[in-house]
Design a protein around this ligand. Structure first.
Ligand SMILES: [Zn+2]
Length: 310
């Protein structure tokens, strides 16, 4: 499309059909791309292969299409892009920024207890850096790869130096900061079972697809600091970020399949879209789906280009 460098994306995990919460993020990213006269891409985040459900990717494409949300290029599948992730990892290893880690969860718990802190962050333990100077168990049958979050000397090339104390601006949430070394520690890029992590895959693919604007659910906001640090380590550009409001389930937690989110009903796509638009603060529409999308796109453009109403 002429005149706009905007490239946005929707990146669902095909672990099941879309539900009401995931459509909000899809609609927000689509509206943002259209209001900026940009392109909108679709990426299947299926690197966590044990959780991927066969056929869910096609169901998602059909659900989006029924709602008038069609990508400008054919979708890509992360499960087919291992070579790209491998070459990013090799670059980080060559720069001294990634290292092999043989720790089990138990090893990490023991090390944290010895350090006198057992603080868990969500279900994740803050990695204490046990393997930073060589694997704790050199004979271990398999190892993960972790990214350093503290780098004393910039080794060479475009490596960042310093520590991963990140500050960035979220278009909806405003100024954000996180000290990644404190909050998560050196984080995993490839698991010991060979699976690529979300962090590595999303950073490599956002850059490879030329994504200029990331619009996604607020539950993912906490990953942003790690992703910006990884972008810097790889010498990649940082997109603009906007995190959308979440749809909460009956238990007050983010709506998910685990707390009873139903697959999206696309037999009445306008009704389904109106529900999603209401979460973003836009008024319900009558008429056809393309008409509704055009009205909301114009509203987004008229309200400073934010897909979430002020
Ligand atoms: Zn380790």
């Amino acid at each position: 499309m002429a005149g706009s460098g905007y490239v946005g994306r929707f990146a669902p995990s095909p672990t099941g059909p879309l539900h009401a919460g995931s459509l909000v993020a899809a609609l927000a990213s689509w509206l943002d791309a259209r209001a900026h006269k940009g392109r909108w891409l679709l990426r299947m985040e299926d690197v966590d292969t044990p959780r991927t459900v066969a056929g869910a990717d096609q169901t998602i494409v059909q659900q989006l299409s029924a709602c008038g949300l069609r990508p400008d290029e054919p979708p890509i599948w992360q499960s087919q892009r291992g070579a790209l992730y491998q070459s990013a990892l090799q670059q980080l290893v060559a720069q001294g920024l990634a290292y092999a880690c043989t720790c089990s969860r138990k090893d990490i718990e023991i090390a944290l207890t010895a350090l006198g802190h057992t603080r868990a962050r969500h279900a994740e333990l803050v990695y204490p850096g046990s393997c930073r100077h060589g694997p704790l168990r050199p004979q271990a049958p398999a190892h993960a790869w972790r990214l350093r979050t503290e780098v004393l000397l910039a080794p060479h090339g475009h490596s960042p130096g310093g520590s991963a104390h990140m500050s960035w601006h979220d278009r909806r949430l405003g100024p954000q900061t996180q000290d990644v070394a404190q909050a998560v520690g050196d984080f995993v890029l490839q698991r010991a079972d060979g699976c690529w992590t979300y962090q590595l895959a999303v950073v490599v693919d956002d850059a490879a697809q030329g994504i200029s604007h990331v619009v996604r659910g607020e539950d993912l906001a906490d990953n942003t600091a790690r992703q910006i640090w990884l972008q810097r380590c790889l010498g990649l550009p940082t997109p603009q970020y906007l995190h959308t409001p979440l749809v909460l389930g009956a238990d007050g937690a983010k709506l998910s399949k685990q707390n009873g989110a139903l697959p999206l009903d696309v037999s009445k796509p306008l009704q389904t879209l109106n529900t999603a638009a209401a979460v973003l603060g836009w008024p319900a529409q009558t008429g056809t789906v393309p008409e509704a999308l055009a009205v909301w796109t114009a509203l987004v453009a008229a309200h400073g280009g934010s897909p979430v109403a002020p």
